[in-house]
Design a protein around this ligand. Sequence first.
Ligand SMILES: C[S@@+](CC[C@H](N)C(=O)[O-])C[C@H]1O[C@@H](n2cnc3c(N)ncnc32)[C@H](O)[C@@H]1O
Length: 235
Amino acid sequence: MSRGGSSGGRGGGTRRKTVRVKTARGRKPSSTRWLQRQLNDPFVEEARKLGYRSRAAFKLEELNEKFGFLKPGSRILDLGAAPGGWTQIAVAAVGEKGTVVALDIQEVEPVPGAVHLLGDIYDEDVIDRLLAALGGPADVVMSDMAAPSTGHAQTDHLRVMALIEAAYDVAQNLLAPGGVFVAKVLQGGTERELLETLKRDFVKVSHAKPAASRAGSREMYLVAESFRRDTGDGG
Ligand SMILES: C[S@@+](CC[C@H](N)C(=O)[O-])C[C@H]1O[C@@H](n2cnc3c(N)ncnc32)[C@H](O)[C@@H]1O
């Protein structure tokens, strides 16, 4: 499944020369840093070579290598899908008999084989729209949703937590028994209450930081396996 060897080795082998980006008039220092990082990032180069829409694709690829939740024929919900890297990986993994529904507040150039929905996770009718597009309960609900940083750590933290909770609300409604919930979280930041809920609702809850997740960032991923669906029949 892994293309180009283990993710730790991506872009490795021959040592590449570091590209230095000079400051330019009108370009903010943060943009210069971003550009320098992009130009020197082996995952960005590898993504371009493989035709992936984002370096984030490697994060999902690695999570799937470790936990094996993307199976042929399954129904996958991809929340916060733009520009579509995770969607590409999911479509390839589920094959023709599978279904991938991708939601984002931003327009996405359609990924062949996926159903794209333009909408906000907070929209009132989002669950109905997602269910209609899936055509049945989801085997995997995955969220890579992120809000643009405000620069205020506490506000950013609250916004990330709100997105995870909204994603889990969708997962609770749409996951099939035995289903898997995958979400981007902040290191040391999965709120105790949510973690307890997840431990109650799933057989196993793990955290992982894929190699493509920038070392300096607090981002990591939560993988909750084997959803214990409450059938409401008391059994
Ligand atoms: C890090 S990007 C996802 C990258 C994607 N997984 C990929 O591989 O290309 C996060 C996405 O979350 C989306 N997002 C943020 N808030 C959202 C919301 N309230 N509802 C739906 N999508 C949202 C953003 O528009 C953005 O496209």
